[in-house]
Design a protein around this ligand. Structure first.
Ligand code: SAH
Length: 357
């Protein structure tokens, strides 16, 4: 039997249960969530016994349960399927990064409403947004996963919102989760990246939000041609590219510093958006924005989708044009292909998630 989902956050539940407890009490609890010593409420020795027993009965130590963990044979990558209290499944990934530490790829929603044509998650539609505790607990899940494996590096140094869902369509919960990590873990704000399809109203919102943390933003561009982008990404609004370039300048003016820079992601789809003219069009667009950073992504083919990965030669030529245009180009490494762990390609092998949710 599934337990009913509480829409209250753990903090709100605590405040309802213990309205007269001092405010530092909840901070003690949040500290225990992240200090790596406690495996459950019983280990939170800073709490008086009566409080500990009360929270043990009523508040979840972990809002997600482990359904399955996959281990990639090709690279140091793990993928977990987690289960929410209302019986839904979603994925999160742990990948070794260039510093030998770990990057976690987190989901912000179960499914996604954006329906990008190439994306596996989009085929599910949107089931629901994740609560901030469920986002936070993806980090805590991997923290205890690593703790159980003392032979490997323990440190999670980066978080990317590149799992299931559109983080800007779950703005408040994503923001709360990030603020929690920034307060209680040693992850710096420049080591957290929110990847978005580019919901302009939400991008505008963060410009005037004093609580928006100084994390990195990555925009999934995938085409610098308005019509083509709309074919690939159906949520593309009229004049998207012009409006996005305008936003990028306002972003740089309002928040611009080393911490707040924007990267443009460009997924290369064979013979769809990987031509030399498209590279030139992209270079021209990027020059009209406030940033010069492009992250080129080789496509991880999704079953039943009519797209293929671009040829290596083509990827190199495409990148070369951007480099010659003076742009800062990086290419995303493919990780854990054998366990379908690549970011943005989460879930949806039928066996794994869809049929069970
Ligand atoms: N909704 C957010 C997060 C999506 S996943 C966004 O649109 O940015 C993060 C990145 O992976 C996005 O750039 C997305 O377009 C890309 N992606 C999705 N499916 C992919 C696939 N099969 N192969 C490679 N990248 C993919």
């Amino acid at each position: 039997m599934e337990t009913k989902l509480s829409l209250l956050s753990r903090k709100e539940q605590f405040q309802q249960l213990f309205p007269s407890e001092p405010s530092y009490r909840w901070k003690q609890i949040e500290t225990a969530f992240f200090d790596g010593h406690a495996n459950g409420w019983q280990d939170v020795q800073t709490l008086p016994k009566s409080v500990r027993e009360g929270v043990e009965q009523e508040i979840l130590w972990m809002t997600v349960e482990t359904e399955q963990v996959y281990d990639s044979k090709q690279s140091q990558t793990f993928k977990a399927i987690l289960k929410t209290r209302d019986g839904l499944f979603f994925e999160t990934v742990l990948m070794e990064n260039r510093t030998g530490q770990w990057t976690i790829c987190v989901s912000s929603q179960i499914g996604c409403a954006m329906r990008c044509s190439f994306c596996a998650t989009g085929t599910m539609g949107l089931k629901r947004s994740l609560l901030s505790d469920e986002i936070v607990d993806q980090y805590r899940f991997w923290m205890s996963f690593l703790k159980a494996r003392p032979e490997i590096s323990q440190r999670i140094s980066n978080v990317v919102f590149m799992g299931m869902g559109e983080p800007m369509a779950n703005y408040e919960n994503v923001k709360q989760a990030i603020r929690m990590w920034l307060t209680y873990t040693d992850i710096g704000s420049t080591h957290i990246t929110v990847s978005t399809v580019g919901i302009l109203t939400q991008l505008d919102r963060l410009l005037t939000d004093p609580d928006w943390p100084s994390v990195r933003i990555a925009i999934s561009l995938h085409s610098a041609n308005q019509e083509k982008r709309r074919e690939i990404i159906p949520t593309t609004v009229d004049d998207f590219l012009v409006k996005l370039a305008d936003w990028s300048h306002r972003y740089a003016e309002t928040l611009g510093n080393r911490k707040h820079h924007v990267t443009y992601e460009y997924l290369l789809l064979n013979k769809v958006n990987d031509g030399l003219d498209e590279a030139k069009e992209l270079a021209q667009f990027i020059r009209s924005t406030s940033s010069g950073k492009i992250n080129v992504i080789p496509y991880n083919p999704v079953p039943d989708k009519p797209f293929e990965r671009s040829q290596r030669e083509c990827i190199d030529q495409f990148k070369n044009i951007l480099v010659l245009a003076g742009l800062d180009v990086t290419e995303r490494r493919s990780m854990g292909n054998d366990i379908a762990a690549a970011c943005g390609q989460l879930v949806t092998t039928k066996k794994n998630v869809q049929e069970r949710s």
